[in-house]
Design a binder for this molecule. Structure first.
Ligand code: AMP
Length: 438
């Protein structure tokens, strides 16, 4: 039987790979205009870093991480031995913890410095049950700002994310921006207790998972997708009444900035995001129509305590991540096609076998001049070469024939207008670029 890609993974075939490249470049451009610079962190990290940063009680760390074992480490485990911390490795389930670790390790925010504004893109790994819009290896584009607590940064992040989605082609009318404040160490513990008490009081009406969460991570129960639980939990205490003065002032200021920027949002006092590290502002962007239950295309929040949990000095931070695969589904639903079009400017055809070497030379000169050019490599007839050029959607075809070549010329044909003329081989790249409008 032929080998297939592992469950929950998907190949990015050329069109999708091109779309991924286009969106990554769009992110570089848009986030770059807000002062963000790229960072690349390893695909795997010490498991403890994720456990300490993201939290053992989260699904992402508690249930969904892929562990990485070297052969030696595996043998040690089989023999009943214990692994050292640097042998306990996991594939990254998200990007924030790694970026925060890197900022700490390289001291990118020395005291008194401007915030570090960083962005990344790449694959993430979570061993979830695969379904439409939910994979085990998926791709995220994210941004993190470390070193500033001002609410203007929160607003800037949210505006930047919305601008990215709009520029990528998701209609604003099909997006819902949801915001909330999750409070901080001052006010959240009491709120968490009140939600735990609510769950325990309604235990018989809630699923096992919600009951389990009452003891591990009560706020996560508010995110339960079970319709019966959702109905019961709609009456759970909301954090808006529990916020301390500082958190309330921060949240009000973020909203004021968003209002000023004309960014519409819905407040959901039950919005809690899946990871433990969030404090204050949290946000999520959902697609209203076309994505079913996996409708969150991006989200993030403030994480002022995360740096300390990975061993760094107190450094406020905020960030978001957006999912490439879900964004592609949202774009598809909106009729936007990315990654399409021809990847060829010119097809070089030879009249017959005697011109193959000459045609190879012309082809190479075009490529060296930066023109995207290709030719037949299967000894097709001239007619079949034109068919192939059509199939590849090449806008221009160069025909290399013996008489013209003798005079140092080739024929250049515009496939749309069907006009053709002879061009000297020396001037061919310039003529091609002229026709392509470069
Ligand atoms: P999170 O890191 O959980 O906040 O997720 C940020 C974004 O990544 C989500 O809004 C989704 O668009 C995307 N995402 C998260 N998990 C998955 C997954 N298993 N498969 C595909 N996309 C995902």
């Amino acid at each position: 039987m032929a080998v297939k890609a592992p469950r929950g993974t998907a190949d990015l075939l050329p069109q999708e790979a091109r779309a991924w490249d286009q969106l990554s470049r769009l992110a570089l451009r848009i986030f770059g205009s807000y002062g963000y610079e790229p960072i690349e962190t390893p695909i795997f990290e010490q498991t403890d870093m994720f456990t300490r940063g993201i939290g053992e009680a989260t699904d992402v760390v508690g249930k969904e991480m892929f562990q990485v074992l070297s052969k030696n480490a595996y043998a040690t485990l089989l023999e009943g031995g214990k692994l050292a911390a640097d042998q306990r490795l996991s594939l990254r389930p998200e990007g924030t913890a790694s970026v925060v670790r890197a900022v700490q390790e390289h001291n990118l925010v020395p005291s008194g410095a401007a915030p570090a504004k960083l962005m990344y893109f790449g694959p993430m790994f979570r061993c979830e049950r695969p379904q439409k819009g939910r994979l085990r290896q998926f791709h995220q584009i994210g941004a993190e700002c470390l070193g500033a607590h001002e609410p203007s940064v929160d607003a800037e992040m949210i505006i930047m994310l919305m601008r990215f989605f709009e520029k990528a082609g998701v209609p604003r009318s099909n997006m819902r921006l949801i915001i909330n404040s999750m409070g901080d160490d001052n006010c959240r513990p009491a709120y968490r207790d009140s939600v735990r008490d609510f769950i325990l009081a309604h235990g018989s009406e809630l699923c096992d998972e919600c009951n389990r969460r009452a003891h591990t991570n009560p706020l996560r129960a508010l995110d339960c997708k079970n319709p019966a639980c959702k109905q019961v939990l709609a009456a759970a205490p909301t954090i808006d009444n529990a916020l301390c003065d500082d958190c309330r002032a921060h949240y009000e200021a973020v909203k004021a900035y968003l209002d000023m920027a004309g960014i519409e949002y819905v407040e959901d006092p039950h919005l809690v995001r899946g990871l433990d590290y969030y404090t204050n502002t949290v946000f999520e962007v959902q697609v209203i129509d076309g994505l079913g239950s996996q409708n969150a295309i991006g989200g993030g929040g403030r994480y002022d305590k995360l740096m300390e949990s990975v061993g760094g000095k107190p450094t406020p931070g905020i960030g978001f991540a957006l999912g490439f695969e879900r964004l592609m589904l949202a774009l598809e639903a909106a009729g936007v096609q990315l990654g399409g079009g021809s990847n060829l400017d010119v097809f070089v055809a030879c009249v017959d076998a005697s011109m193959r070497a000459a045609s190879f030379k012309v082809l190479q000169s075009l490529r060296d001049a930066g023109v995207r050019a290709d030719a037949d490599h299967q000894a097709r007839s001239l007619k079949s070469q034109f068919k192939l050029a059509d199939k590849l959607a090449a806008p221009l075809v160069v025909v290399v024939g013996p008489d013209e070549f003798e005079r140092g010329e080739v024929t250049l044909r515009d496939m749309a207008s069907k006009e053709q003329r002879n061009v000297s081989i020396e001037e061919l790249p310039t003529a091609v670029k002229g026709l392509l409008g470069e």
